[in-house]
Ligand binder design. Structure first.
Ligand SMILES: NC(=O)C1=CN([C@@H]2O[C@H](COP(=O)(O)OP(=O)(O)OC[C@H]3O[C@@H](n4cnc5c(N)ncnc54)[C@H](O)[C@@H]3O)[C@@H](O)[C@H]2O)C=CC1
Ligand SMILES: O=C(O)[C@@H]1CCC=N1
Length: 268
């Protein structure tokens, strides 16, 4: 499948890197439109073709256009690819907020459109990729797109598009919450007198180990938490600060709701 990615910043590059490095996508059939010279250089290092401006369909012959620009500029940028969709190219968008109907307004509802919410661990095959497709997207296209997304991590098909704002708030933005948790744990270590390097190592290795223990889903995270918590021990003392009055749960609900509301705002 000839893939043309439009915009290759933090998220687009994270996805493309795994597509190419896994061997799922050949660099020969990959193009990237990216105005930033630095952005083009790192794509060129993967062996893919780069363009500062949209290539004509005759020049590239894209079968899949991947829209990976910011939602705020999508309406200005996406119409340049109408000639490619008119010749049969499908569209995969990773933009937050923008519903499928927005793309149908640009390309027509006969154009196959898939909307996916990725996250940055996609670069190392540990992402969470949640998608939904319009009626025009056939089984063969969806199977091919899933093959690409599987190189990025776990893949889930949503039941309805209305779930996408909540998905964005949880898994799309979620890595940033976890990174901030790691920052906060490391800073707490420094406040307790540890060196910055040691505190940072303890924080990130602890997050990694805990995530790996929880990753297979076989043991409930609440049970994993209980396994660390000796009665009247150190963990119980620490957790009381997080759990009294559901302090952390209340904060996480507020965090996720703010992100979901912003996703809804971006759609209008
Ligand atoms: N960063 C993340 O963790 C996630 C981002 N997303 C979505 O991914 C999309 C991209 O976000 P980021 O990669 O974070 O932003 P970014 O700013 O890193 O990347 C956007 C890229 O688009 C390029 N660009 C600007 N004008 C262009 C044009 N006319 N043609 C082609 N490319 C153009 C920019 O040079 C830049 O490299 C957004 O829609 C965002 O909602 C979705 C999930 C997670
Ligand atoms: O912050 C954002 O809007 C994008 C979407 C999800 C993660 N990053």
């Amino acid at each position: 499948m000839r893939v043309l990615m439009v915009g290759c910043g933090n998220m687009g590059f994270a996805m493309l890197k795994a597509w190419i490095e896994s061997g799922c996508l050949s660099p020969d059939e990959t193009g990237v439109v990216e105005p930033s010279e630095e952005g083009r250089a790192r794509v060129a290092a993967l062996g893919a073709s780069t363009f500062a401006d949209p290539p004509s369909p005759d020049d590239f012959g894209a079968e899949l256009i991947v829209l990976a620009v910011k939602p705020q500029v999508m309406a200005d940028i996406a119409p340049a690819y109408r000639s490619a969709t008119a010749r049969g190219a499908a569209v995969l968008s990773i933009a937050a907020g923008l519903p499928i109907r927005r793309y149908e307004e640009i390309y027509g509802d006969q154009t196959p459109i898939i909307r996916v919410m990725p996250n940055t661990p996609a670069a190392i095959g540990e992402g969470m990729m949640a998608y939904i497709a319009n009626d025009a997207a056939g089984g063969a296209l969806i199977a091919n797109v899933r093959k690409l997304l599987e190189t990025n991590g776990a893949v889930a098909e949503l039941e309805e598009e209305s779930q996408m704002d909540a998905v964005t708030a949880i898994s799309g933005s979620g890595p940033a919450y976890v990174f901030h948790f790691i920052e906060a744990l490391a800073e707490a270590g420094e406040k307790l007198g540890l060196s910055a390097d040691l505190a940072a190592l303890l924080a990130r290795q602890t997050a990694l180990g805990a995530a790996k223990l929880a990753a297979d889903g076989e043991t409930d995270p609440a049970e994993l938490r209980r396994q660390v918590t000796s009665p009247n021990g150190t963990t119980a003392a620490g957790l009381a600060m997080m759990m009294t009055d559901d302090r952390l749960k209340t904060m996480m609900a507020e965090v996720a709701d703010a992100a979901r509301r912003r996703s809804i705002e971006l759609s209008s």
